[in-house]
Design a protein around this ligand. Structure first.
Ligand SMILES: [Zn+2]
Length: 438
């Protein structure tokens, strides 16, 4: 058997190389910064850094909308080849690492933010790199079960269980949006809800019904907020409604029932937990006492993520996957980090980036924008990970539940594998070989 040897892989490019190789089924070894891949030919691939500013390259990539052209453009402009070796003028793994780890800084500098968000720039590099490997006799394999085109991952964050301060804050929100009728309806609904002891945010049965229809089971991330509420710091007030007790009989029973019936229970890491091993470990352990089995997945509340520290802490606390890489507050939809593939940012932890959040609807995003994202993910063959908070299945949000269903319907029509975080991680860990060493 021959080998492809990757030379000049820098220590600091390790996240990029892990990410680009994680989409291949082969066994790799990584020793002293040299990566060896089994192939049909003996070849060396050298990475060189010609110091072209990363922002310049990204700007040029996002100018070309058709993704196939982007890959061809990279190959034409940056790859030189002779019989036994290929040199790449830009150091692709280094650049991928920079995109993933410094995404926010690069994003700040770029004018067309929406376009940047909706282009998986790192995946374009990875696709170009896959083409080079293919040329070297390293076969490519569809990463998903049953030869599905791509994956749609379904998730819900459970931030608060009872509608309380939202009778006021949501009213203000609607007034700001000049939706006066909704504002009034939201405000006065507090009275009958209170009288009838109705909790509009108890939407679990409804979500279960919807998902049963499509024979899919999502992940629910439950939160245990312990961040302090300070009376003179309004930014901390939101923590108040988020203190619910997993051991209260009604919620405990619901978590256990979901767990029994095939839904996944994950941890929604509390506000400060992204930098605390102690909080991550305690919250995980307490949730496991409720579910009576292992909790493997996490998404940090507010998508708080310190790269790479949070990933290391989560792994050390025993989590197997994370979903915190995504645009905060639904300001944009698409690919924060420039990636639509799961990858191992640190040894032993899979990152499944979050692609679309429900509250992006408040920013003006609509179903057709979500469908465009599905098309992009389908083109690259990655995963579209959607987050629909359980609260938006309540009446107050009108048709948001319908949009959730329509995304599922569209994805089924497009031949996607519909899964949750646990299914995806299990599949990826068993079928996509990790880079060993490093
Ligand atoms: Zn949250």
């Amino acid at each position: 058997m021959s080998r492809v040897i990757l030379e000049n892989v820098k220590r600091e490019s390790i996240i990029g190389i892990r990410y680009m190789l994680s989409t291949h089924p082969q066994n790799y070894s990584l020793k002293n910064n040299i990566v060896e891949i089994r192939s049909r030919q003996q070849k060396t691939i050298k990475f060189q850094n010609n110091n072209m500013p990363i922002e310049k390259i990204i700007e040029r990539i996002i100018k070309i909308k058709n993704h196939k052209k982007q890959v061809e453009w990279i190959l034409e402009n940056f790859v030189k080849s002779d019989r036994n070796s290929i040199s790449i003028e830009i150091d692709i793994p280094e650049m991928a690492t920079k995109i993933i780890t410094n995404y926010d800084k690069i994003f700040q500098k770029i004018d067309k933010k929406e376009e940047m968000a909706e282009t998986p720039v790192a995946d374009v590099l990875a696709a170009a790199f896959r083409e080079i490997l293919l040329e070297c006799g390293v076969p490519e394999k569809n990463p998903w079960p049953s030869e599905k085109r791509f994956a749609l991952c379904l998730t819900h964050d459970v931030d608060e269980l009872k509608k309380t301060y939202q009778y006021l804050t949501r009213t203000i929100h609607y007034i700001k949006q000049r939706k006066l009728r909704r504002a009034v309806r939201n405000f006065i609904s507090a009275v009958p809800d209170k009288l009838l002891d109705k909790n509009p945010y108890w939407t679990f049965d409804q979500i279960e019904e919807i998902e049963k229809q499509y024979n899919v089971r999502s992940t629910f991330f439950f939160l245990k907020e312990t961040a302090k509420v300070r009376p003179f710091a309004p930014e901390t007030w939101k923590h108040y409604g988020r203190r619910y007790n997993w051991n209260e009989p009604k919620i405990k029973e619901k978590i256990q029932q979901l767990n029994r019936n095939g839904w996944e229970i994950g941890l929604h890491g509390s506000y400060e937990s992204y930098k605390s091993l102690k909080l991550l470990s305690t919250e995980k352990k307490e949730l496991e006492q409720v579910t009576q089995n292992k909790v493997v997945g996490i998404r940090q509340h507010n998508l708080n993520l310190l790269i790479p520290d949070t990933w290391e802490l989560q792994r050390d606390a025993g989590f197997v996957y994370d979903m915190s890489l995504g645009f905060k507050g639904g300001r944009y939809i698409g690919f924060r980090g420039g990636v639509c593939f799961p990858f191992y940012p640190v040894k032993g932890l899979l990152e499944i980036p979050t692609t679309i959040m429900d509250i992006s609807i408040n920013q003006g995003y609509r179903l057709r924008d979500f469908e465009k994202i599905l098309e992009t993910v389908s083109y690259f063959g990655g995963v579209c990970n959607i987050l629909w908070h359980h609260t938006v299945f309540s009446e107050e949000y009108h048709s948001w539940d319908r949009i959730y269903e329509k995304i599922i319907e569209k994805a089924i029509e497009m031949d996607a594998w519909i899964c949750n975080g646990r299914d995806l991680t299990k599949w990826w860990n068993e079928n996509r070989t990790r880079v060993t060493g490093g």
